[in-house]
Design a protein around this ligand. Sequence first.
Ligand SMILES: NC(=O)c1ccc[n+]([C@@H]2O[C@H](COP(=O)([O-])OP(=O)(O)OC[C@H]3O[C@@H](n4cnc5c(N)ncnc54)[C@H](O)[C@@H]3O)[C@@H](O)[C@H]2O)c1
Length: 297
Amino acid sequence: MLAIDLKGKRALVAGVADDAGFGFAIAKALAEADASIVLGTWPPAMNIFETLLRRGKIDESRKLSDGRMLEFEKIYPLDAAFDTMADVPEEIRNNKRYTERGDFSVQGMADSIRKDFGDKAIDVVVHSLANGPEVKKPLLETSRSGYLAAVSVSAYSLVSLLQRLGPLMRPGSSAISLTYMASERVVPGYGGGMSSAKAALESDTRLLAYEAGRKLGIRVNTISAGPLASRAASAIGLIEKMVAYYKEHSPLAQELAAEEVGNVAAFLCSPLASGITGATVYVDKGYHSMGIPALPG
Ligand SMILES: NC(=O)c1ccc[n+]([C@@H]2O[C@H](COP(=O)([O-])OP(=O)(O)OC[C@H]3O[C@@H](n4cnc5c(N)ncnc54)[C@H](O)[C@@H]3O)[C@@H](O)[C@H]2O)c1
């Protein structure tokens, strides 16, 4: 039997703060394949997430197919906008949702992982985070700072993660991120520089695959996912319409399930995908291949 077996492997999933998004679904699929999971969670969302976990509010979603529960070895605070604590502005450093968390920079998380698990601690890095403060604004009305913030958190953060976690990754490791087709086609409403950030993320995936492949033997891929009503996507405002539109016009006329993205992520991070790197893999029920909307009937 050809199976995805990640026993003995550890995955860091950055960008999980509830059970509704792609990061959670990917963590769950990796755990189904027997990987152990550590998370990187945005400090402002951490209290709510810890409360959900403590009160058992997401126990149902944490159930794995063999009866085990999805467990997290550690949940690290991570604000992917900051490479080191020296980059953190005063008002964030003094914000009460951050002060109690210690070092929440990318470097801080890498240092904590090394301290907790040793020098070669990680086999899988999942980048499942994005933020564009002006995402609701058309690009034509987006400020320079809004645009740069979107690219910083949503694209450069992958570079930063690999720079700092690469040395901790075992040979044969891989990284994946989540992108969206607005990088290459016009999706009205996906503004604020978020489309630019996704274009950068996809381009960086290719160059990082080359550089990290040669230097560290690591594979780097990105999944271009169809719409999902996650917390982040709901903030954009259009998500219900997008989900319905994709369902109506995709080759597979169904809603995309987060689990389908999780399964592809588990495959891409497994030895079964040892020949795939630098790729943008569409998991969108085929929507990306359409030229005009589906014809009625
Ligand atoms: N939902 C969709 O329709 C869709 C489609 C294609 C791609 N994606 C991508 O999937 C990825 C995951 O998003 P999702 O839709 O599953 O939503 P989500 O809300 O589950 O995940 C986004 C996560 O990013 C975290 N985050 C925001 N700013 C951060 C920062 N500065 N540092 C660290 N973490 C930060 C949030 O706390 C959240 O946990 C994103 O890259 C998103 O662009 C989503």
